[in-house]
Design a protein around this ligand. Structure first.
Ligand SMILES: Nc1ncnc2c1ncn2[C@@H]1O[C@H](COP(=O)(O)OP(=O)(O)OP(=O)(O)O)[C@@H](O)[C@H]1O
Length: 536
């Protein structure tokens, strides 16, 4: 991850920086900004290249016109209903309707925009509720590319056809999974007979990303130039954050590093009941990630889990303990523990997969999170309020008492939430999937409520906090499914270490070892920045 300052585009020479507090830019500012923009445009155009840029423009035009057509149809239906005196159709002019059209457009625009959609979905501290909820539905399933194309990438990345045949005894031409950016194939290593999976970047993704991100960057600069007021809402920061987060996901060497970091943490903490795929660095590049295949079932597949362990509750506690220990002891934490990424393996261990999105916390934020956690355990809402105030950014003083009261009311509601949103064990696969979707939607709604309480009290919370809480809420849901009678905050089998020292005590008591297992944690270059989207 990068810091905001490292990624932030340089200010247009004078235009944005010297913007007046209200009104239109002066001619001189427009001239300066325009010049800078022209230079940027030429640079981006050079980076993208004429072919990629042209092809992208064509496909984007098609996506825009399809979406415009859909919006027009909705508009016509709405008008007809209004004329007939009916009123069941929702107005196409609401923010929710706009969010829906935008989500459909993003799906049509493909990889970059699907990733942006996912970024919006996971950033309730940044975007309005309607958009966060709508973009949860952003589908990341795309048609698989033919194996011959995947094979070309594998060959180019791993040393040619001959090397492929030497290294792999078998590569399954039918993909295990296919998403917008990557496709996953099962394979077997010739040398050891080990079963692996190959996560392969789809061809053309990088060109599309360059073209799209270049366009988005230029659009944000154009807005900054034309509307200096908006420039002061940190638009550049948001674009920079989106850009760095997307680029991280398509560079598999980053995911490799995240996996290795997590494995090292498991090893040093002596965790044996959970694992993540081992990476084969000699068979991995920026476009190909070769890793151990984990065989198992999703953490919410209660019936499937029972085939591997007679203690589903124990599996959940292992997942929970491992994840919370990693937040404290590992430089990064898994920031996408949705049900497809947490497995119960055939040998009963818990498997974490997909480390494309990770979070990192600065020491300050971690201290504040600790305070919030302590307050939560002791139901001390004053303390939770203090922690939130410490980690957030405020323009004016926050009324601590009122924030504490609002939080108490919110958590009361959370506790009494309808617990019947569970996946029934013997459901047909499709029905089960639908239930889970509802479940994940609830998780997001809860998070939005917390963010809402904070912002209605004048607090802006860092994006990393949103990521952290979202994972906690996922675990809360899994508890309702796997261990409805478990109270994680009071059960002595569940550990929530609040500091590195406490985490080490947990580790030592589990392993019977003494001494410090503290990693050389570098938390200084963390990007838990607060991005302010409110016009000042
Ligand atoms: N190490 C592994 N062992 C077994 N299956 C795996 C492994 N890695 C990935 N898969 C399978 O491939 C699918 C896609 O992998 P992954 O989640 O890493 O890709 P992704 O592009 O980030 O997908 P998504 O956006 O759905 O999370 C997983 O849901 C899982 O079914």
């Amino acid at each position: 991850m990068t810091t905001r300052s490292a990624e932030r585009p340089p200010p247009a020479s004078g235009a944005a920086a010297a913007a007046p507090s209200v009104g239109l830019p002066s001619l001189q500012q427009l001239f300066n900004g325009g010049q800078a923009l022209l230079q940027e445009s030429l640079r981006v155009a050079r980076e993208v290249g004429p072919r990629a840029g042209f092809a992208r423009t064509l496909s984007a035009t098609k996506a825009f016109s399809e979406t415009a057509r859909d919006v027009l149809v909705e508009l016509r239906n709405y008008q007809q209903q209004q004329q007939q005196g009916g009123g069941s159709a929702g107005s196409p002019f609401t923010r929710a309707a706009l969010a829906k059209s935008l989500r459909q457009l993003f799906e049509r625009l493909g990889a970059t925009y699907i990733k942006i959609g996912q970024f919006i979905a996971s950033s309730p501290t940044l975007f309005p509720e309607e958009f966060v909820l709508e973009f949860q539905k952003c589908l990341d399933q795309s048609a698989p590319v033919p194996y011959s194309v995947v094979r070309e990438t594998l060959s180019a990345e791993l040393g040619g056809d001959k090397a492929l045949t030497e290294k792999f005894e078998f590569i399954d031409p039918v993909p295990l999974a296919s998403a917008s950016i990557a496709q996953v194939h099962v394979a077997r290593l010739r040398a050891t007979g080990e079963e692996v999976v190959l996560k392969v970047l789809k061809p053309g993704v990088t060109d599309t990303l360059k073209a799209d991100l270049g366009f988005i960057y230029l659009a944000s600069r154009l807005i900054e130039t034309l509307a200096p007021d908006l420039a002061r809402t940190s638009l550049g920061d948001i674009v920079a954050d989106i850009r760095s987060s997307i680029l991280e996901e398509v560079d598999f060497s980053k995911e490799q590093a995240n996996l290795e970091e997590f494995r090292m943490f498991l090893d040093q903490a002596g965790v044996t009941a959970a694992t993540c795929p081992k990476v084969y660095p000699e068979l991995s590049t920026r476009k190909v990630l070769t890793m151990e295949r984990l065989r198992g079932v999703s953490l919410i597949d209660l019936e499937g889990i029972r085939a591997y362990t007679d203690d589903p509750e124990g599996a959940l506690i292992t997942a929970l303990n491992t994840w919370s220990l990693s937040v404290v002891l590992c430089p990064s934490f898994h920031a996408d523990v949705h049900s497809g990424n947490l497995l119960v393996l055939e040998d009963g261990r818990v498997g974490f997969i997909d480390f494309g999105i990770v979070g990192r916390l600065s020491p300050e934020t971690w201290r504040a999170v600790t305070e919030v956690g302590e307050g939560f355990v002791g139901q001390d809402y004053q303390q939770i309020a203090q922690g939130l105030i410490r980690m957030g950014a405020t323009a004016a003083a926050v009324d601590e008492e009122k924030l504490a009261a609002d939080l108490e009311a919110l958590f009361e509601r959370v506790r009494t939430l309808d617990p019947q949103v569970v996946v029934v064990a013997d459901m047909e696969a499709q029905t089960a999937a639908a239930s889970v979707a509802v479940d994940e939607d609830q998780v997001t709604r809860l998070l939005l409520e917390i963010v809402d309480v904070a912002s209605s009290n004048g607090l802006k919370l860092p994006r990393q906090f949103g990521l952290l809480i979202k994972q906690s809420l996922y675990f809360d849901r899994y508890t309702r499914i796997l261990a409805p009678t478990l109270d994680p905050l009071r059960d002595t089998r569940v550990n929530f270490p609040k500091t590195v020292e406490e985490a080490e005590v947990v580790v030592n008591s589990q392993s019977g070892r003494q001494g410090s297992r503290r990693r050389n944690v570098k938390r200084g270059d963390i990007d838990d920045v607060i991005i302010d989207v409110t016009p000042k």
